[in-house]
Write a protein that binds this ligand. Sequence first.
Ligand code: SF4
Length: 166
Amino acid sequence: MYKHLFRPVPSRRLGMSLGIDLIPKKVCSLNCVYCEVGKTILRTPDRMEYVKYHQVIAELKQFMSAKPKIDYITFSGSGEPTLNNKIGDVLKFVKENYPHIKTAVLTNGTLFYNQKLRTELLQADIILPSIDAASQSVFEKIDCPNSNLKFLLYLKCKFKTSQPLF
Ligand code: SF4
């Protein structure tokens, strides 16, 4: 029984995809009205080791020891995966130990203003950010963000991540 892995599922975009969940239910920077996980319990932009790195790696090693046929390891799950400040270390571990498997990060993109996170995410093969709004008012209405998150910064980070932000 795994706590931080989801059994592989066929994905139209990614092929056979193993899910990794680095966040306890339900920690997110947003509280989207349509969220299928449920209401956000901790709405925060603060990154920390919400799920311990060594626990995730132990499960991954055990799962991969059976040599499963998977195409992607996908970071998603019970909240916003980029809130876990060890996501870069987990991506690095996957790259070093399973170089034949690609990695994908499903994210709301609200923390892309963080330079350290952006550097960490460069290790992923695909980043799939979502966006629901084109204005602060709709952002607040649909995504109910943590009060420290401002829409213009969010938008700027999503579309100009190759430019200096500040
Ligand atoms: S960003 Fe994703 S996990 Fe967070 S509240 Fe919205 S739909 Fe749910």
